[in-house]
Ligand binder design. Structure first.
Ligand code: ATP
Length: 215
């Protein structure tokens, strides 16, 4: 299964969750078929890219018929491991961290923040949205006991690298880094950086220099 998904280009793999979410909604509303044009309109990916993406997993849409929603859904469920619950830990229960705990990705039924960590004694021992907050002293033990696979980092930037070093010693497979710090991790860990300030600035840059055409 892992080797099968490895054949999919990374850019395609990144779009799978987007397709999956839309198809789930279509399925829930009772739709059996979807055309690449409809998909394109909904997920804002051009239809040639969608057709190429879908060809990687053997979904060949027929002209005037479209794609079979059930087939695609079961493929995505397998590929995205939607049947397996991925346990997530959050480190840094500040403003952003608290928002994630309240949100807790409940719409994605395969991911759940199980535990959170902080150094603030006022937060340790409390719960947010039923997620217990532990002290950083217990990091290694708790992530081992809870079989955490992914860590979300929402600590201040200067604290991030030393925490990443500690995580690298565990069996955690991935880090979603919301701090502006660029972190080094061993090749055994995958890290995705999401710098919201940079994203916002880049949007504003594009608005200024590449204004949307009026249609
Ligand atoms: P707040 O207003 O609650 O401080 P914030 O998002 O502005 O929110 P930050 O200074 O970014 O605050 O810190 C985010 C959280 O990370 C805080 O709850 C803080 O206690 C925690 N934190 C700071 N250093 C560490 C660390 N080394 N390990 C774990 N958590 C930490």
């Amino acid at each position: 299964m892992a080797s099968e998904s490895m054949k999919i280009p990374q850019a395609t793999a990144k779009r799978l969750p987007l397709y999956y979410r839309f198809l789930k909604n279509l399925h829930a509303s009772g739709k059996q078929r979807v055309s690449s044009a409809e998909l394109s309109d909904a997920v804002k990916v051009d239809s040639a890219t969608i057709r190429r993406d879908f060809s990687y997993f053997g979904a060949l849409g027929k002209k005037g018929y479209g794609y079979n929603v059930n087939y695609l859904l079961s493929f995505f469920r397998k590929t995205l491991d939607q049947d397996e619950l991925i346990k997530v830990a959050l480190i840094g229960v500040g403003n952003l961290g608290t928002a994630f705990l309240n949100y807790n990705f409940l719409k994605n039924n395969n991911t759940k923040i199980e535990v959170a960590f902080d150094v603030d004694e006022g937060k340790v021992g409390t719960h947010i949205s039923d997620v217990p907050i532990f002290h950083m002293n217990d990091l290694e033990k708790v992530i081992q006991d809870q079989q955490i696979q992914v860590v979300i980092l929402t600590v201040p930037a200067p604290a991030a690298q030393s925490i990443a070093d500690r995580i690298a010693q565990s069996h955690v497979k991935g880090i979603l880094n919301f701090t502006p710090a660029r972190l080094s991790v061993p090749p055994t860990i995958r890290i995705h950086h999401i710098d919201l300030a940079v994203e916002l600035q880049s949007l504003i840059y594009f608005l200024k220099h590449y204004p949307a055409e009026n249609d």
